[in-house]
Design a protein around this ligand. Sequence first.
Ligand SMILES: [Zn+2]
Length: 258
Amino acid sequence: MKFQLWRNATVLLNIDTATFLIDPMLGPKASFGVFPWTNDTRPNPLIDLPFPRSELKKQISKIDAIVVTHLHPDHWDSDAISLLDKNLPVIGPSIIADSLAGYGFTNIQSVDRSVKVKGIDITLTHGRHGIGEIEEKMGVVHGFYFSSGSESIFFAGDTIWCDEVKSAISIHQPKYVVVAGGAATFAIGDPVTMTARQICKLCHTFPEVKVLVTHLEAVSPCTEDREFTGREIATAGISDRCIIPEDGEQLVLFSEPV
Ligand SMILES: [Zn+2]
């Protein structure tokens, strides 16, 4: 299994013979502007993709399916809509299926529980994009558990550490868990993605899983960067199983520890 972080939550995942592009935010730096409910006036994304547009076009020509956890612009942007092949399967929670179809995509794989795409079982999971008033504003979010039988990885999506994530890991027992870090914070309430401390808590609760931290240094609400997150992880003594990939970095993930 290969995992390449492009930027923020956008990941190219190769599992068995299938290639999935997850949560595509493909626009150049500053292409979608400022986030609501924040006083931060920096336009997003804060950085470009880690490769040129010519390489992007080459990369997206290889994908078998697109996976979208929710429709916030740092997971699904206008460049994704214009650049991606409208006939590719788009896997998304059923609550966003009509919206995805509305963008002109013709092969929507709406998921209530699970779907099988290119031989990979993809199961919907739940999460919480914050607590209280800010959670209501952020809306419903999901994640996906991918399993090929021999390989498995769980993308928790944009969620804080909560019972829904705990239960998804308990049920599916993935070898790898991908979490949205960065402690994204708006003008209202507490963080809407995981803090480094919550990531450490996840690792302590599930000592057998390896964790990959994404959603760092790419959008303005994120308040914790790679350096801070790495320090917290090191202090907690879990650097060996909690990985913070760089943008563009490709990791080869093994089914068994090597
Ligand atoms: Zn996000």
